[in-house]
Design a protein around this ligand. Structure first.
Ligand code: HEM
Length: 318
């Protein structure tokens, strides 16, 4: 979508992009001191190995994107080429240049950072969501059985799932919602006030950080009763229908909420159901059930765990 390129499984560049983004997002530590006391950078923290690693990754990423821009520019007039985000951006850039616009925002530098941002927010969030999904399938075998039963009865194992199928699968919808609640992939929504404003009766001065604590909402005991338990049933009514809760806000709210929400929801549903059609998820021999402990960078990631994938042949689970 972004650069008109499909990466095959095992592609070294894709592996590098995913790994380096993950490393950066873990190292950045949104909850870390340096983010809230930038002055600390001048007392030595800036030159830590951690900061250097993040910086190196950013430079590599930008240089990779610069190569992509150069390749796109070389084929901009090719009548057979398909459209993608970079292509549309460069077309607009060319139009602005021809019209002699000096204040255009369609510059190569903007494009580099836009693509970098989209790689960051588009990849790690979805990968992390799936990690939580698989973790709970492995941990909660009863839940997995129920998810699979619904999948088998609704779609079967032969045809590919479509996003519309979710409407007939309330338990899987509830499962995904519970993953979004429990995992809270992006725990903090960080904003700042360009002007003085009031919020809930409080005066907030200009240039103040305002941080939405999505984790706090998802784990509020008063709202959920037992937030520490993974229970998809909390989103089902007595008739077994899925009931959305206004307190599940993985994509935040308001004007700056997640731009990729629809895409992320589609990806999560399709990936999860397709994997479940093919594999049963279990604990490998000699390993413990995965724990729900996590590490928090920008995203909240479960700690490494092991999964045994057993191919369904197609065998129906009891
Ligand atoms: C499950 C996956 C995802 C989760 C949980 C998630 C969550 C979030 C959250 C909490 C925010 C911050 C909103 C705020 O500041 O109030 C955000 C912003 C954003 N997300 Fe996502 N996201 C996901 C996937 C994606 C994908 C796939 C894309 C694009 C391909 C994307 C693009 C963006 C962008 C561009 C912003 C910034 C919006 C703005 O500042 O106006 N996200 N996301």
């Amino acid at each position: 979508m972004f650069v008109g390129q499909r990466f095959e499984m095992g592609d070294k560049t894709l592996r590098w992009i995913v790994d380096s983004l993950e490393l950066s997002l873990t190292l950045v530590e949104q909850g870390g001191f340096l983010n809230y006391m930038p002055m600390l950078q001048f007392v030595g923290t800036f030159f830590t190995l951690r900061a250097l690693k993040v910086g190196r990754n950013v430079l590599y990423r930008l240089s990779y994107i610069s190569d992509l821009i150069a390749k796109h520019k070389a084929t901009l007039d090719d009548p057979d080429r398909d459209s993608d985000l970079m292509y549309e951006f460069l077309q607009q850039q060319r139009k602005d240049l021809r019209q002699g616009k000096t204040d255009t925002i369609f510059t190569d530098n903007q494009l580099r950072w836009l693509l970098s941002d989209l790689f960051i927010v588009g990849l790690d969030t979805t990968v992390t969501t799936l990690r939580w999904c698989f973790l709970f399938l492995v941990r909660e075998q009863d839940v997995q059985r129920r998810v699979f039963k619904e999948l088998e009865a609704t779609i079967g194992l032969d045809r590919q799932p479509t996003y519309e199928d979710r409407l007939k699968m309330p338990y899987i919808e509830a499962f995904i919602n519970e993953v979004f609640r429990f995992g809270t992939i992006t725990p903090l929504a960080v904003h700042a006030t360009p002007e003085e404003t009031t919020l809930g009766g409080y005066r907030i001065p200009k240039r103040t950080w305002v941080i939405g604590n999505l984790y706090g909402i998802h784990w509020d005991k008063k709202l959920w009763g037992d937030p520490e338990n993974f229970r998809p049933e909390r989103f089902l009514n007595e008739a077994g229908e899925f009931v959305r809760s206004e307190h599940v806000l993985p994509f935040s709210v308001g004007r700056r909420n997640c731009l990729g929400e629809s895409l992320a929801r589609i990806e999560t549903f399709l990936f999860l159901t397709s994997m479940l059609q093919k594999y049963e998820f279990g604990v490998p021999e000699g390993f413990e059930k995965p724990s729900t402990s996590f590490r928090c960078g920008v995203t909240l990631n479960p700690n490494e765990y092991h999964v045994k994938l057993i191919e369904r042949n197609p065998v129906i689970m009891p």
